[in-house]
Design a protein around this ligand. Structure first.
Ligand code: CTP
Ligand code: MG
Length: 238
């Protein structure tokens, strides 16, 4: 079974603060996206990586991938992204050639995921799961609230789900290609769209399973995450 990785990298990175699109920001001198592409290409299972670039940055991303040494047994494609993550993933799926049976969807914003986690996800799909999510037990207690009517006002708590049953999900999420394409073609989400591909498959009514994630698969979202990511890279080099 042939596996491709789709890497949505078209976001602005608003929560990271002003600057270049998040995926193009450097971590210890190398763009976050290049780390993420390497993380996918490091898996022997992955034969194609589809990068979904900012719509005005396709040329720049192609140049970046050419400049950095990437494993040559993997093919690379760059396509323009959309206004939401969901749209960007769909555009990446549209670019997949025939002959790909398994699709990983991996955030460019999770540049440091270890190859063992990638392989664990692929294995679970090969073993027959149609949707696989790497996840860790929730560290914080999570509360559901009634969003405040005005910003800054206290928010009433609605519920406290049992933490032992909660998981914080990561990427790469792995899918039977047909199931994921079907979910993207039929499941409607309002607002900013789905932030999680497995959630779309759940809405189809198909089974989704969780496998162990990894601490280093954390998402670079806020400025402090950049500090952590650079520290992890420095430790790997030590
Ligand atoms: N993404 C994308 N297209 C979009 C929005 C997001 O491809 N229109 C990608 C991001 O590039 C990122 C991944 O989806 O790799 C996860 O999204 P997130 O962490 O929210 O990144 P951003 O949307 O860039 O950040 P922010 O929400 O802070 O603006
Ligand atoms: Mg976002």
């Amino acid at each position: 079974l042939r596996t491709a990785a789709v890497i949505p990298a078209a976001g602005r990175g608003v929560r990271l603060g002003p600057g270049a699109p998040k995926a193009l920001r450097a971590l210890n001198g190398t763009p976050m996206l290049v780390h993420a592409v390497r993380a996918m290409a490091a898996s022997r299972a992955v034969s194609l990586v589809v990068v979904v670039a900012p719509a005005d940055g396709v040329g720049e991303v192609k140049r970046l991938l050419d400049e950095h040494a990437l494993p040559t047994r993997t093919d690379y494609l760059v396509v323009p992204g959309g206004d939401t993550r969901q749209e960007s993933v769909r555009l990446g799926l549209d670019a997949l050639p025939e002959g790909i049976d398994i699709v990983l969807v991996h955030d460019a914003a999770r540049p440091l995921v270890p190859v063992d986690t990638v392989d664990t996800v692929v294995e679970a799909v090969r073993d027959g799961a149609v949707a696989v999510v790497p996840a860790l037990p929730a560290a914080d207690t999570v509360k559901e609230v009634e969003p405040a009517a005005r910003p800054g006002e206290p928010e009433p708590v609605v519920a406290t789900p049992d933490r032992s049953r909660l998981r914080a999900v990561q990427t790469p999420q792995g899918f039977d290609r047909e199931t994921l394409v079907n979910a993207h073609a039929t499941v409607a989400f309002g607002g900013d769209g789905a932030t999680d591909d497995a959630g779309m498959v759940e809405r189809l009514g198909a089974p989704v399973v969780v496998v162990p994630g990894h601490e280093e698969a954390f998402k670079v979202t806020r400025p402090l995450d950049l500090v952590l990511a650079e520290a992890v890279l420095a430790r790997r080099r030590a």
